[in-house]
Ligand binder design. Sequence first.
Ligand code: BG6
Length: 496
Amino acid sequence: MSFDLVLFGGTGDLAWRKLLPGLLQAHRHGTLPPGGRIIGVARDAMADEEYRALIGKRLADVEADKRPSEEEFARFAQLLHYQRMDLTQPADYALLRERLAERSAKVVVMYLATAPQLFTTACEQLGAAGLATPQTRVVLEKPLGHDLASNRAINAAVRRVFREEQIFRIDHYLGKPSVQNLLALRFGNALFEPWWRRETIASVEITIAEQLGVEQRGHFYDRTGALRDMVQNHALQLLCAIAMEPPINASADAIRDEKLKVLRSLTPWTPESLAQGVVRGQYGTGQVAGRQVAAYREEPGVAADSRTETFVALRTGISNWRWAGVPFYIRTGKRLASREGHIAIHLRPTPHAIYRTPLVCGANRLVIHLQPRDGLALHLFAAANEPRGGPPGAHSGEAPALTPVALDLDFDQRFGAERVGAYERLLLDAIDGRLNLFVRADEQEAAWQWVEPIMQSWAAQDARGEGPRPYAAGSWGPGAASALVARDGNTWVEEC
Ligand code: BG6
């Protein structure tokens, strides 16, 4: 199947950090359909050869295991082409049309890795230039919009040009092998379902911690912040994977229907829950991985008096039969103590204790490790091998102490670390037309609808002169985040 993949934003950060390495991996794995072209699009004038050289130089900077050898890159580079184009100029779309008319590919994927402000114009102009044919698919990077209204406006504009099944809204977390595994764990095993509910589960924690700061994206990030960058999309998609009902089959719409129900059941915010259940923070200077780093406000592209959040922790719930009363905590931030993504399912303690377990985290928990390691650990308690029939007190009626142990499964070790990466999978899915791991418009709208009251409450705080809480780079965020879970008698998993 021949394809043309047009990468708008072809010289941008995302293209060389994620998209081109993903495509290179697919090429390496032999999964990229043969006879394809990858056409980078950006504003500068450049010949194909210059683009290949530029990408070759950039790919030399990626992590060692993803870096291509010279011959490997030379083979991959034959797929790379370049088209100069200013997306705001209607006349420039004719240049792309000519380029695509050089041959008739079976599938044309338009990947908009550009600022979201350009999505509407780009789709309208693709339509006007006759480039939205039944063979065309459009991939839209997140965040899609800035709030509910702008999200709706973009979705409406895109749908005037493309049918829903041609629209691939990307959330790269859905492409991660660890997230695929989460669904497999829940819906491919009978073991979990009976206790996957409020009667057994006390709370759920979702943490996506990064050590990175805003890197070269200060300008973008300062207008976006952690709520729009991570919570509205990645964290809520993880929450859906944990909380959704079993879908009737593995089709895109069956899965999306169930996720949508979760998003619509998120407990609505009240002034009290906003005040007590949401913490926003912004990093100051500090040590991350042994290196002194600058404060957020000193990063290039960031306003010196910025109130943009680089950290969010929140407590919510899901108002349905399965989850009523179970707190769901979400926490994400930049410049935190370690790079760590996990979902911790904390179980209720035994109904009657004849043993002593630790005071903190003294009940079972299942931790699904998303990154950097991909695996899962079931934390249990066992009787240590005590001589003479048990620990002191065992005979006097005092509860004997148990020792924490873990059943630990490492998927990288089990399946090999060379697994299909998120962008590699999602790019192949877009070329093949598989929508399962892409987000439907109604899911996105429900997620925006739920985060909007948080944005509004922060705007009101800003007006009162109350900004985000400072935290030291290299810490776990503002102390208020620990207080948030402590109010329910809980702790974040690193404190266990
Ligand atoms: C992106 C955000 O969607 O996800 C970035 O825009 C963030 O700010 C990144 O760094 C995190 O992705 P990952 O896969 O490294 O956890």
